[in-house]
Design a protein around this ligand. Structure first.
Ligand code: PEP
Ligand code: MN
Length: 351
Protein backbone atom coordinates (compact mmCIF):
# COMPACT_ATOMS: atom_id res chain seq x y z
CA UNK A 1 0.00 0.00 0.00
CA UNK A 2 1.12 3.54 -0.69
CA UNK A 3 0.34 6.62 1.40
CA UNK A 4 0.13 9.66 -0.88
CA UNK A 5 0.82 12.92 0.99
CA UNK A 6 -0.80 16.25 0.10
CA UNK A 7 1.28 18.91 -1.69
CA UNK A 8 3.06 21.11 0.86
CA UNK A 9 3.47 18.47 3.54
CA UNK A 10 6.55 18.88 5.71
CA UNK A 11 9.10 16.43 7.14
CA UNK A 12 7.21 16.22 10.47
CA UNK A 13 4.05 14.98 8.68
CA UNK A 14 6.03 12.29 6.86
CA UNK A 15 7.79 11.33 10.12
CA UNK A 16 4.40 10.89 11.79
CA UNK A 17 3.32 8.46 9.05
CA UNK A 18 6.60 6.58 9.38
CA UNK A 19 6.03 6.28 13.16
CA UNK A 20 2.51 4.84 12.62
CA UNK A 21 3.89 2.32 10.14
CA UNK A 22 6.74 1.25 12.44
CA UNK A 23 4.39 0.97 15.43
CA UNK A 24 2.49 -1.66 13.45
CA UNK A 25 5.72 -3.64 13.02
CA UNK A 26 6.10 -2.68 9.34
CA UNK A 27 8.71 -0.88 7.29
CA UNK A 28 8.41 2.27 5.19
CA UNK A 29 9.85 3.41 1.91
CA UNK A 30 9.75 7.19 1.52
CA UNK A 31 9.99 8.76 -1.90
CA UNK A 32 10.16 12.57 -2.15
CA UNK A 33 9.08 13.84 -5.57
CA UNK A 34 8.99 17.38 -6.94
CA UNK A 35 5.24 17.71 -6.29
CA UNK A 36 4.39 14.92 -3.93
CA UNK A 37 5.88 12.71 -1.24
CA UNK A 38 4.69 9.12 -1.13
CA UNK A 39 5.33 6.54 1.58
CA UNK A 40 5.29 2.85 0.65
CA UNK A 41 4.21 0.41 3.38
CA UNK A 42 6.25 -2.79 3.30
CA UNK A 43 5.03 -6.00 5.00
CA UNK A 44 1.79 -7.67 6.01
CA UNK A 45 -0.51 -4.72 6.77
CA UNK A 46 -3.27 -6.64 8.53
CA UNK A 47 -2.23 -5.12 11.88
CA UNK A 48 -2.19 -1.59 10.51
CA UNK A 49 -4.89 0.90 11.53
CA UNK A 50 -5.87 2.25 8.12
CA UNK A 51 -8.24 4.91 9.49
CA UNK A 52 -5.41 6.36 11.65
CA UNK A 53 -3.22 6.60 8.57
CA UNK A 54 -5.95 8.06 6.40
CA UNK A 55 -6.88 10.71 8.93
CA UNK A 56 -3.30 11.72 9.78
CA UNK A 57 -2.42 15.35 8.93
CA UNK A 58 -1.57 16.11 5.29
CA UNK A 59 -2.43 12.60 4.04
CA UNK A 60 -4.17 12.79 0.68
CA UNK A 61 -5.15 9.14 0.17
CA UNK A 62 -4.19 5.49 0.61
CA UNK A 63 -3.64 3.47 -2.55
CA UNK A 64 -3.77 -0.33 -2.21
CA UNK A 65 -1.23 -2.12 -4.39
CA UNK A 66 -1.92 -5.74 -3.56
CA UNK A 67 -5.39 -7.29 -3.64
CA UNK A 68 -7.38 -7.36 -0.39
CA UNK A 69 -7.71 -11.13 -0.72
CA UNK A 70 -4.53 -13.11 -0.26
CA UNK A 71 -5.23 -16.82 -0.45
CA UNK A 72 -7.51 -16.44 -3.48
CA UNK A 73 -5.13 -14.21 -5.38
CA UNK A 74 -2.53 -14.95 -8.01
CA UNK A 75 -0.04 -12.94 -5.98
CA UNK A 76 0.13 -15.86 -3.58
CA UNK A 77 -0.24 -18.65 -6.13
CA UNK A 78 0.60 -17.90 -9.74
CA UNK A 79 -0.40 -21.31 -11.11
CA UNK A 80 -4.09 -21.93 -11.72
CA UNK A 81 -5.68 -24.36 -9.26
CA UNK A 82 -7.32 -27.57 -10.29
CA UNK A 83 -10.08 -28.31 -7.83
CA UNK A 84 -11.40 -31.85 -7.42
CA UNK A 85 -15.16 -32.14 -7.79
CA UNK A 86 -15.27 -34.62 -4.96
CA UNK A 87 -13.18 -35.94 -2.11
CA UNK A 88 -11.95 -39.43 -3.03
CA UNK A 89 -13.33 -41.13 0.07
CA UNK A 90 -13.14 -44.93 -0.05
CA UNK A 91 -16.92 -45.15 -0.05
CA UNK A 92 -17.18 -42.72 -2.97
CA UNK A 93 -14.50 -44.56 -4.96
CA UNK A 94 -16.65 -47.63 -4.93
CA UNK A 95 -19.99 -45.96 -5.50
CA UNK A 96 -18.83 -43.27 -7.87
CA UNK A 97 -15.69 -43.91 -9.92
CA UNK A 98 -16.01 -40.48 -11.60
CA UNK A 99 -15.28 -38.60 -8.39
CA UNK A 100 -11.51 -38.95 -8.01
CA UNK A 101 -10.93 -38.10 -11.69
CA UNK A 102 -13.22 -35.13 -12.04
CA UNK A 103 -11.46 -31.80 -11.62
CA UNK A 104 -12.32 -28.24 -12.50
CA UNK A 105 -9.62 -25.92 -13.81
CA UNK A 106 -7.71 -28.28 -16.05
CA UNK A 107 -7.90 -28.73 -19.79
CA UNK A 108 -11.12 -30.71 -19.52
CA UNK A 109 -14.31 -28.66 -19.31
CA UNK A 110 -16.48 -29.62 -16.36
CA UNK A 111 -20.16 -29.55 -17.24
CA UNK A 112 -22.57 -29.93 -14.33
CA UNK A 113 -26.19 -30.32 -15.37
CA UNK A 114 -29.56 -31.26 -13.95
CA UNK A 115 -32.83 -29.85 -12.75
CA UNK A 116 -33.15 -26.65 -10.79
CA UNK A 117 -34.93 -28.67 -8.08
CA UNK A 118 -35.27 -32.34 -7.37
CA UNK A 119 -39.01 -32.94 -7.83
CA UNK A 120 -39.43 -36.71 -7.97
CA UNK A 121 -37.44 -39.91 -8.45
CA UNK A 122 -38.56 -40.26 -12.07
CA UNK A 123 -37.72 -36.65 -12.93
CA UNK A 124 -34.25 -36.88 -11.34
CA UNK A 125 -33.25 -40.30 -12.69
CA UNK A 126 -34.43 -39.47 -16.22
CA UNK A 127 -32.39 -36.26 -16.17
CA UNK A 128 -29.33 -37.83 -14.52
CA UNK A 129 -29.07 -40.64 -17.07
CA UNK A 130 -29.62 -38.23 -19.96
CA UNK A 131 -26.95 -35.73 -18.87
CA UNK A 132 -24.49 -38.55 -18.06
CA UNK A 133 -25.00 -40.02 -21.55
CA UNK A 134 -24.38 -36.60 -23.08
CA UNK A 135 -21.04 -36.25 -21.23
CA UNK A 136 -21.76 -34.22 -18.06
CA UNK A 137 -19.45 -34.87 -15.13
CA UNK A 138 -21.75 -33.58 -12.40
CA UNK A 139 -25.45 -33.67 -11.51
CA UNK A 140 -27.03 -30.55 -10.06
CA UNK A 141 -30.36 -30.51 -8.24
CA UNK A 142 -31.74 -28.35 -5.46
CA UNK A 143 -32.94 -30.13 -2.32
CA UNK A 144 -33.41 -26.94 -0.32
CA UNK A 145 -34.53 -24.07 -2.52
CA UNK A 146 -34.06 -20.40 -1.68
CA UNK A 147 -37.18 -18.81 -3.16
CA UNK A 148 -37.93 -15.16 -3.59
CA UNK A 149 -41.48 -15.81 -2.37
CA UNK A 150 -42.06 -17.90 0.78
CA UNK A 151 -45.16 -19.41 -0.87
CA UNK A 152 -43.24 -21.13 -3.68
CA UNK A 153 -41.88 -24.71 -3.72
CA UNK A 154 -38.98 -24.94 -1.26
CA UNK A 155 -37.58 -28.33 -2.25
CA UNK A 156 -38.01 -31.92 -1.05
CA UNK A 157 -35.24 -31.61 1.57
CA UNK A 158 -33.66 -34.83 2.85
CA UNK A 159 -35.74 -36.93 0.47
CA UNK A 160 -34.08 -35.05 -2.41
CA UNK A 161 -30.60 -35.58 -0.94
CA UNK A 162 -31.26 -39.34 -0.83
CA UNK A 163 -32.44 -39.30 -4.45
CA UNK A 164 -29.31 -37.40 -5.50
CA UNK A 165 -27.10 -39.99 -3.78
CA UNK A 166 -29.06 -42.74 -5.57
CA UNK A 167 -28.57 -40.97 -8.91
CA UNK A 168 -24.82 -40.79 -8.21
CA UNK A 169 -24.61 -44.51 -7.56
CA UNK A 170 -26.50 -45.23 -10.81
CA UNK A 171 -24.64 -42.82 -13.08
CA UNK A 172 -21.25 -42.05 -11.51
CA UNK A 173 -22.05 -38.32 -11.65
CA UNK A 174 -20.75 -36.04 -8.94
CA UNK A 175 -23.59 -34.52 -6.88
CA UNK A 176 -23.80 -30.71 -6.55
CA UNK A 177 -26.51 -29.23 -4.33
CA UNK A 178 -27.13 -26.02 -2.43
CA UNK A 179 -26.75 -25.57 1.30
CA UNK A 180 -28.76 -22.70 2.76
CA UNK A 181 -27.50 -22.29 6.31
CA UNK A 182 -24.53 -23.09 8.54
CA UNK A 183 -26.72 -25.52 10.55
CA UNK A 184 -27.48 -27.49 7.38
CA UNK A 185 -23.86 -28.01 6.29
CA UNK A 186 -23.28 -31.31 8.09
CA UNK A 187 -26.45 -32.86 6.72
CA UNK A 188 -25.92 -31.77 3.11
CA UNK A 189 -22.23 -32.77 3.22
CA UNK A 190 -23.31 -36.29 4.15
CA UNK A 191 -24.92 -36.70 0.71
CA UNK A 192 -23.33 -34.16 -1.64
CA UNK A 193 -19.86 -34.08 -3.22
CA UNK A 194 -20.00 -30.34 -3.84
CA UNK A 195 -21.70 -27.77 -1.61
CA UNK A 196 -23.28 -24.95 -3.62
CA UNK A 197 -23.49 -21.52 -2.02
CA UNK A 198 -26.21 -19.58 -3.80
CA UNK A 199 -26.21 -15.99 -4.91
CA UNK A 200 -28.40 -14.90 -1.97
CA UNK A 201 -25.91 -16.37 0.50
CA UNK A 202 -22.60 -15.14 -0.92
CA UNK A 203 -22.44 -12.60 1.92
CA UNK A 204 -23.50 -15.08 4.62
CA UNK A 205 -20.14 -15.20 6.34
CA UNK A 206 -21.14 -17.76 8.97
CA UNK A 207 -22.16 -20.12 6.17
CA UNK A 208 -18.91 -19.45 4.28
CA UNK A 209 -16.94 -20.27 7.43
CA UNK A 210 -18.97 -23.44 8.01
CA UNK A 211 -18.34 -24.82 4.51
CA UNK A 212 -14.71 -23.73 4.86
CA UNK A 213 -14.38 -26.11 7.80
CA UNK A 214 -15.57 -29.13 5.79
CA UNK A 215 -13.58 -31.24 3.35
CA UNK A 216 -16.20 -30.86 0.65
CA UNK A 217 -15.54 -28.87 -2.51
CA UNK A 218 -17.50 -25.61 -2.52
CA UNK A 219 -19.18 -24.03 -5.55
CA UNK A 220 -19.47 -20.35 -4.69
CA UNK A 221 -21.92 -18.31 -6.75
CA UNK A 222 -21.44 -14.62 -7.24
CA UNK A 223 -23.91 -12.47 -5.32
CA UNK A 224 -26.21 -10.74 -7.79
CA UNK A 225 -25.16 -7.34 -6.44
CA UNK A 226 -21.57 -8.22 -5.56
CA UNK A 227 -18.51 -6.61 -7.10
CA UNK A 228 -15.69 -8.85 -8.27
CA UNK A 229 -13.64 -7.92 -5.19
CA UNK A 230 -16.52 -8.86 -2.88
CA UNK A 231 -16.90 -12.16 -4.76
CA UNK A 232 -13.22 -12.99 -4.26
CA UNK A 233 -13.32 -11.88 -0.63
CA UNK A 234 -16.19 -14.32 -0.04
CA UNK A 235 -13.98 -17.06 -1.54
CA UNK A 236 -11.21 -15.88 0.79
CA UNK A 237 -13.47 -16.59 3.79
CA UNK A 238 -13.78 -20.23 2.74
CA UNK A 239 -10.07 -20.61 1.97
CA UNK A 240 -9.06 -18.98 5.24
CA UNK A 241 -10.91 -21.71 7.17
CA UNK A 242 -8.63 -24.32 5.58
CA UNK A 243 -10.72 -25.55 2.64
CA UNK A 244 -8.69 -25.02 -0.54
CA UNK A 245 -11.30 -26.52 -2.85
CA UNK A 246 -13.33 -23.58 -4.05
CA UNK A 247 -14.87 -23.20 -7.50
CA UNK A 248 -16.24 -19.79 -8.46
CA UNK A 249 -19.43 -19.45 -10.48
CA UNK A 250 -20.60 -16.38 -12.42
CA UNK A 251 -24.41 -16.54 -12.51
CA UNK A 252 -25.33 -13.04 -13.62
CA UNK A 253 -25.96 -9.78 -11.85
CA UNK A 254 -28.94 -7.45 -11.44
CA UNK A 255 -29.04 -4.52 -13.82
CA UNK A 256 -31.70 -2.21 -15.28
CA UNK A 257 -32.14 -4.69 -18.17
CA UNK A 258 -35.53 -6.45 -18.33
CA UNK A 259 -35.33 -8.74 -21.35
CA UNK A 260 -33.24 -11.16 -19.26
CA UNK A 261 -33.65 -12.29 -15.65
CA UNK A 262 -30.04 -11.37 -14.91
CA UNK A 263 -27.29 -9.82 -16.99
CA UNK A 264 -24.50 -12.33 -17.56
CA UNK A 265 -21.11 -10.55 -17.61
CA UNK A 266 -18.75 -12.98 -19.29
CA UNK A 267 -15.82 -10.61 -18.86
CA UNK A 268 -15.83 -11.92 -15.27
CA UNK A 269 -14.15 -15.07 -16.57
CA UNK A 270 -10.87 -13.59 -17.88
CA UNK A 271 -10.96 -10.92 -15.15
CA UNK A 272 -11.15 -13.53 -12.38
CA UNK A 273 -8.48 -15.62 -14.07
CA UNK A 274 -6.19 -12.63 -14.01
CA UNK A 275 -6.80 -11.92 -10.32
CA UNK A 276 -7.25 -15.39 -8.87
CA UNK A 277 -5.91 -18.92 -9.27
CA UNK A 278 -9.34 -20.41 -8.51
CA UNK A 279 -11.29 -22.07 -11.33
CA UNK A 280 -14.40 -20.31 -12.59
CA UNK A 281 -17.49 -21.77 -14.23
CA UNK A 282 -20.57 -20.03 -15.67
CA UNK A 283 -24.29 -20.62 -15.07
CA UNK A 284 -26.09 -19.47 -18.22
CA UNK A 285 -29.46 -20.64 -16.84
CA UNK A 286 -29.77 -18.23 -13.88
CA UNK A 287 -27.59 -15.92 -15.99
CA UNK A 288 -30.30 -15.35 -18.61
CA UNK A 289 -33.59 -16.76 -17.31
CA UNK A 290 -34.58 -18.00 -20.78
CA UNK A 291 -33.95 -21.44 -22.26
CA UNK A 292 -33.50 -20.02 -25.77
CA UNK A 293 -30.52 -17.95 -24.58
CA UNK A 294 -28.77 -20.78 -22.71
CA UNK A 295 -26.94 -22.55 -25.60
CA UNK A 296 -25.48 -19.34 -27.05
CA UNK A 297 -24.30 -18.07 -23.66
CA UNK A 298 -22.90 -21.50 -22.71
CA UNK A 299 -20.81 -21.52 -25.88
CA UNK A 300 -19.75 -17.91 -25.35
CA UNK A 301 -18.66 -18.76 -21.79
CA UNK A 302 -16.45 -21.58 -23.03
CA UNK A 303 -15.00 -19.34 -25.72
CA UNK A 304 -14.23 -16.76 -23.01
CA UNK A 305 -12.19 -19.38 -21.13
CA UNK A 306 -14.64 -20.69 -18.51
CA UNK A 307 -13.50 -23.89 -16.81
CA UNK A 308 -16.98 -25.36 -16.91
CA UNK A 309 -20.71 -24.75 -16.91
CA UNK A 310 -23.67 -25.23 -14.59
CA UNK A 311 -26.79 -25.82 -16.69
CA UNK A 312 -30.42 -26.44 -15.76
CA UNK A 313 -31.88 -29.41 -17.64
CA UNK A 314 -35.40 -30.80 -17.18
CA UNK A 315 -37.18 -33.63 -19.01
CA UNK A 316 -40.37 -31.55 -19.15
CA UNK A 317 -39.54 -27.85 -18.60
CA UNK A 318 -43.18 -26.76 -19.06
CA UNK A 319 -44.14 -28.62 -15.91
CA UNK A 320 -41.03 -27.87 -13.84
CA UNK A 321 -41.76 -26.74 -10.28
CA UNK A 322 -38.90 -24.20 -10.39
CA UNK A 323 -37.14 -22.33 -13.18
CA UNK A 324 -38.85 -24.13 -16.09
CA UNK A 325 -38.49 -21.10 -18.36
CA UNK A 326 -34.71 -21.29 -18.21
CA UNK A 327 -34.38 -25.09 -18.26
CA UNK A 328 -33.39 -26.81 -21.49
CA UNK A 329 -34.65 -30.28 -22.42
CA UNK A 330 -32.50 -33.41 -22.28
CA UNK A 331 -32.35 -33.46 -26.10
CA UNK A 332 -31.32 -29.81 -26.28
CA UNK A 333 -28.60 -30.55 -23.72
CA UNK A 334 -27.21 -33.42 -25.81
CA UNK A 335 -27.08 -31.16 -28.88
CA UNK A 336 -25.44 -28.39 -26.85
CA UNK A 337 -22.74 -30.77 -25.60
CA UNK A 338 -21.79 -31.57 -29.18
CA UNK A 339 -21.57 -27.89 -30.02
CA UNK A 340 -19.56 -27.20 -26.87
CA UNK A 341 -17.03 -29.84 -27.92
CA UNK A 342 -16.39 -27.87 -31.11
CA UNK A 343 -16.11 -24.51 -29.32
CA UNK A 344 -13.92 -26.08 -26.64
CA UNK A 345 -11.57 -27.57 -29.25
CA UNK A 346 -11.12 -24.10 -30.77
CA UNK A 347 -9.88 -22.74 -27.43
CA UNK A 348 -7.82 -25.76 -26.38
CA UNK A 349 -10.36 -27.50 -24.12
CA UNK A 350 -11.57 -31.08 -24.15
CA UNK A 351 -14.92 -32.41 -22.98
C1 PEP B 1 -29.90 -22.41 -8.65
O1 PEP B 1 -28.78 -22.77 -9.08
O2 PEP B 1 -30.95 -23.02 -8.89
C2 PEP B 1 -29.97 -21.14 -7.90
C3 PEP B 1 -30.97 -20.89 -7.06
O3 PEP B 1 -28.96 -20.34 -8.19
P1 PEP B 1 -28.64 -18.82 -7.72
O4 PEP B 1 -28.24 -18.93 -6.29
O5 PEP B 1 -27.52 -18.44 -8.63
O6 PEP B 1 -29.90 -18.01 -7.96
MN1 MN C 1 -32.62 -22.46 -10.58
Amino acid sequence: MIVVMQPGCRAEHVDHIVTLIREAGLKEHVSVGTDRTIVGVVGDKRGLDLSALESAPLVDRLVPILSPYKLASREVQTERSQVPLGVPLAVCLEACPAIPKAKVGGQRLAVIAGPCSVESETQLMTTAHAVARAGAVGLRGGAFKPRTSPYHFQGLGVEALKLLAKARSQTGLVVVTEVLSAEQVELVAEYADVLQIGTRNMHNFKLLEAVGRTKRTVLLKRGWCASLDEFLLAAEYILSEGNANVILCERGIRTHETHVRNTLPLATVPAVQRLSHLPIIVDPSQGTGHAYLVPAMAKAAVAAGADGLLIEVHPDPEHALTDGAQSITCDAFATLMEELAAVGAAVGRTM
